[in-house]
Design a protein around this ligand. Structure first.
Ligand SMILES: [Mg+2]
Length: 276
């Protein structure tokens, strides 16, 4: 077998915990990427843990679970971890019961409230402005956020992504683009929670008592998924089914440990007997 294939096969064999990105890795918009379901079935049969790790904070964990199950992916709520959940954990550890102004969807606001945080209309005192991937964005929300940030409220973003892939060569503006607008107006940058910051990986590895050398990250984006691997010391597999092309990877200083066309390419490693 080719040495790279051997390297991937051996790595998959040793791995106990798989972090799987969603948009661009498991599905594109509403369409499942061919082979994704089989891959997760293989993991389940081999009793390997898998966590769908997404920076997309426009939906909460229960909604992701519903989408995954509808697409035929075997999952429970334990298999989903969003940047919205990580943000809730981060803020509630820093300031329990903090008062928030949320530039995000109603789902994100509910997710944050479930951590005991108080979501306000921004008219009273606010501890943190939280910006997410707000598909319900209005000018009023941006304006209120800018006023609060200007007045000295803490400023947190769920994720740094500028765009979210929704189809072949089709992207829509994400949290990073919204934050860029606020930065242009206020001169302030947020503290960012999601990938490539290591919080999400650290929380999950601790929860399941898995060391980083027994984990793998599979994702499509260099500056989030692959950089997260670099930052947290976890092996990375980059799929070419989402944002990054082979020429993007060649040009980028952020290099994955392995590159595959899509998650489907990994399925063949489950059919071979150990040691080959
Ligand atoms: Mg992605």
């Amino acid at each position: 077998m080719h040495s790279l294939s051997k390297k991937i096969q051996e790595r998959i064999r040793q791995t106990r915990l798989f972090f799987l990105d969603l948009d661009g890795t498991v599905y594109l918009g509403e369409t499942l990427i061919p082979g994704a379901r089989q891959f997760v079935e293989h993991l389940r049969k081999q009793q390997k843990r898998y966590i769908f790790l997404t920076n997309n904070s426009s939906r909460n964990a229960a909604e992701y679970l519903k989408k995954l199950v509808a697409l035929g992916i075997p999952a429970t709520i334990e298999n989903v971890f969003t940047s919205g959940q990580a943000t809730g954990i981060f803020i509630s550890r820093k300031k329990p019961g903090a008062r928030l102004y949320v530039v995000g969807t109603r789902s994100l606001a509910r997710e944050l409230a479930s951590y005991g945080l108080s979501v306000s209309d921004g008219k009273g005192a606010v501890d943190y402005v939280v910006v997410g991937f707000d598909t319900e964005l209005t000018y009023d929300k941006i304006r209120t956020a800018c006023e609060l940030v200007d007045r000295g409220a803490g400023y947190i973003a769920t994720n740094p992504d500028f765009v979210c892939p929704v189809g072949e060569k089709k992207n829509i503006p994400d949290c990073g683009s919204i934050c860029f607008m606020i930065e242009q107006a206020t001169g302030k940058k947020p503290h960012i929670i999601g990938k490539p910051h290591t919080d999400m990986v650290d929380i999950i590895c601790r929860k399941f008592n898995v060391t980083k050398d027994k984990a793998v990250i599979i994702g499509d984006r260099l500056y989030t998924d692959i950089m997260l691997g670099r930052n947290s010391g976890v092996f990375t597999i980059c799929v070419l089914s989402g944002e990054s092309s082979l020429s993007d990877i060649k040009r980028s200083p952020i290099k994955p440990d392995c590159i595959v066309v899509s998650i489907n390419e990994l399925n063949r490693f489950f059919h071979r007997p150990k040691g080959l």
